[in-house]
Design a protein around this ligand. Structure first.
Ligand code: ATP
Length: 377
């Protein structure tokens, strides 16, 4: 499948309404598993529907390879059935009166392929998705997860160049979701299909995607590998949206700075003049260590003294809540904490774990090198 390009794509549903999607540039390369990630209402579904051809653009263009499929300026709009894409939505709408085999065969019949070819293809995808044993059943006789697999099989059978999936796992319970994620990863590898997947679930995106596009308010915030999104968030929105428990933010651009934030400001400006007068720093909970013994703090780390105010077991790991007069930090540890709430402790974080943002909330990329952070792929 050629690369899909959205150039300045825009969607406005009504004359006076705000843009659902604004000025969106997106490149989806062959074989990519791209997750569109963002909070409810940020424009993920609209973007997917524009790619599918179910919505026309209000501005900008979409190209598939060299072929323009939607452009207001050029007056071009290629309908969905001519874009060779498969769509699976949250409700996967199988035909209730058709057996699983007939449902899987549905798209191929529409395409009027020779019977032998159809049968071979249906068998191949039913085996791959482990639904061959249900071939004679009807959808109502299958569980949600099994129905989900049939919906995917029906799409894969017609061998679409691109598979567009809109929150397809949201109806499933936690265990099935996990199984289906593994399944989707396997399908992606085996069928080498380009996949565009809409989700508001950060873990889903982190575990599935080769590339994540984070959106907010109809605009693209960052596009990158899961590691880049997590370890080098381009702005505070991405930093705070991705990660659980969320990243700790110390506000440095405020008149009522907390004591820890003040210490951070002094610490950073002492490291390099370019780190003076910044907006905020972020520290991920797992990047924070703690010790009662000040001598154990790794040299050169950013550190301070706080009180342990909470120890929260999360099953195999723990969240510690630390407080000083007017500041709260959360850290995570996989080692059983031997601290009592109310005891004093020193927290510390290596400089390479500090995320530095300017006053507009944008990452100061130059700070990474100054603080010794390695490149992330
Ligand atoms: P969710 O995760 O809740 O599905 P989303 O990120 O997929 O959200 P969209 O469904 O793309 O977001 O919606 C983006 C914006 O466009 C929202 O403000 C929504 O209310 C608006 N919108 C979506 N569809 C329509 C429509 N058919 N008519 C008018 N406004 C719409």
């Amino acid at each position: 499948m050629p690369t899909i390009n959205l150039n300045g794509a825009q969607k406005n549903y009504g004359v006076n309404s705000a843009n659902a999607v604004s000025d969106l540039d997106l490149e989806i390369r062959d074989g990519e598993f791209m997750c569109l990630l963002g909070p409810s209402g940020c424009g993920k579904t609209t973007t997917l529907r524009m790619i599918a051809g179910l919505e026309n653009l209000s501005g900008g263009e979409i190209r598939i390879g060299e072929r323009v499929v939607d452009s207001v300026r050029e007056g071009v709009f290629v309908p969905p059935e001519k874009r060779e894409m498969g769509l699976v939505f949250q409700s996967y709408a199988l035909w209730p009166h058709m057996t699983i085999e007939r449902n899987t065969d549905f798209g191929l019949r529409l395409r009027k392929l020779p019977k032998a070819e159809r049968e071979a293809r249906v068998e191949q995808v039913m085996q791959a998705l482990d639904i061959a044993k249900y071939r004679d059943r009807y959808p109502s006789q299958l569980s949600g997860g099994q129905q989900q697999r049939v919906a995917l099989a029906r799409m894969l059978a017609v061998n679409p160049g691109v598979l567009l999936l809109d929150e397809p796992l949201s109806n499933l319970d936690a265990r099935l979701r996990l199984e289906m994620r593994a399944e989707l990863k396997r399908i992606h590898k085996e069928f080498k299909t380009t996949i565009v997947f809409v989700t508001h679930d950060q873990w889903e995106a982190m575990t599935l995607a080769t590339t994540i596009a984070v959106m907010n308010n109809g605009t693209l915030q960052q596009m990158g590998t899961p590691n880049q999104i997590y370890d080098r968030p381009a702005n505070r929105f991405v930093a705070e949206f991705v990660g659980s428990p969320p990243i700790n933010i110390l506000e440095l651009d405020t008149s009522d700075m907390t004591d820890i934030a003040r210490e951070a400001a002094v610490f950073l400006s002492a490291r390099h003049p370019a780190l003076k007068g910044i907006g905020a720093i972020g520290i991920r909970p797992e990047a924070i260590g703690y010790t009662a013994d000040k001598a154990q703090i790794p040299p050169g780390s950013f550190s301070g003294e706080m009180i342990v105010t909470g120890v929260l077991p999360t099953g195999g790991s723990w969240i510690l809540e630390l407080r000083s007069d007017n500041n709260t930090l959360f850290l995570t540890t996989s080692v059983l904490p031997r601290v009592e709430p109310g005891s004093k402790t020193h927290f510390y974080a290596e400089t390479s774990a500090l995320h530095v943002f300017d006053k507009a909330g944008m990452r100061i990329a130059e700070a990474d090198a100054l603080l010794g952070a390695a490149a992330v792929n």
